[in-house]
Write a protein that binds this ligand. Structure first.
Ligand SMILES: C[S@@+](CC[C@H](N)C(=O)[O-])C[C@H]1O[C@@H](n2cnc3c(N)ncnc32)[C@H](O)[C@@H]1O
Length: 255
């Protein structure tokens, strides 16, 4: 039954990809054989994650029960991002030093829920801090709906800590240990800069910074502020064709 649902889900993603390509009027015949179209890109390359049962099951659960329009959009657009953050979770959990996870800007938490599913995070001895106002405190004009109760139901995990307060004001009131994964997804450069300043020294060596909106044309200030922040630091950014970027926290050099 479960594998039937997965097969249908996979077929749906591929169906949407092919449909979008046909609509392009054959500008690139190759794209009719696409393996992924969404998030501003199309490719015909082999993508292992699209055939990975564990990935598909985790992602399918993360988009389950979202409002209809949103579900439709994210199920084909966020697949590659889910692959990036799932990889990041596996990477940091394999590091010798322990660190908690933080996401700043959660909304319904598609990516963080995918991570919970993908690495079975509830069984891991780490916390996942999820920061958002969820429609309160007027933090972002595009996110005014109060969805907090719905999000709480989606994150009924012992080690998920939902913090419903505005960033950056709330950060100094929360007790953090070391951090292994930091996601910045507030679509807003001023709080994202403050988050970077606050967490940089708390990141473990090998820890991942994930920037969801880095390459999107609509966020030039955000890109500039991230570049400016890292300009005098050893980390460099790895960019993805889907618009995200990551940096890996460098270790301190011994002289
Ligand atoms: C693009 S959504 C996050 C999507 C999410 N990462 C996912 O995986 O689906 C952006 C979220 O950032 C939140 N946000 C924006 N500015 C904020 C701030 N200053 N403090 C807390 N949350 C903020 C909004 O409420 C909104 O829910």
């Amino acid at each position: 039954m479960k594998s039937m649902r997965l097969a249908q889900f996979r077929k749906r993603i591929r169906g949407i990809c092919i449909l979008l390509n046909l609509k392009k009027g054959g500008r690139n015949a190759d794209l009719a054989y696409s393996t992924f179209v969404g998030d501003g890109i199309g490719t015909t390359h082999h993508l292992d994650f699209m055939d990975d049962e564990k990935f598909l099951s985790a992602f399918s659960n993360a988009v389950d029960n979202l409002p209809n329009g949103l579900r439709q959009n994210v199920s084909h657009d966020l697949g590659w991002r889910a692959h990036i953050v799932g990889w990041a979770a596996q990477h940091v959990l394999a590091l010798p030093e322990k660190g908690d996870f933080v996401e700043c800007g959660v909304f319904y938490g598609v990516l963080s829920k995918h991570m919970f599913n993908f690495v079975d995070f509830e069984q891991v001895d780490r916390k996942f801090f999820l920061f958002d106002t969820w429609g309160s405190e007027g933090s972002h004009p595009s996110y005014t709906e109060d969805i907090y109760e719905k999000v709480k139901l989606r994150f009924n995990y012992v080690n998920a800590i939902l913090v419903r307060r505005k960033i950056p004001e709330i950060l100094r009131s929360v007790k953090f240990n070391k951090i292994a994964y930091l996601s910045l997804d507030m679509n807003s450069y001023l709080p994202e800069r403050a988050v970077l300043e606050f967490f940089y020294d708390k990141m473990i060596t090998g820890g991942i910074f994930y920037f969801d909106d880095y390459g999107w044309q609509g966020f030039p200030e955000l890109r500039a502020t991230v570049n400016d922040f890292f300009a005098d630091k050893p980390e460099t950014l790895l960019q993805f064709p889907t618009g995200q970027s990551i940096a890996i926290k460098a270790g301190s050099r011994l002289h």
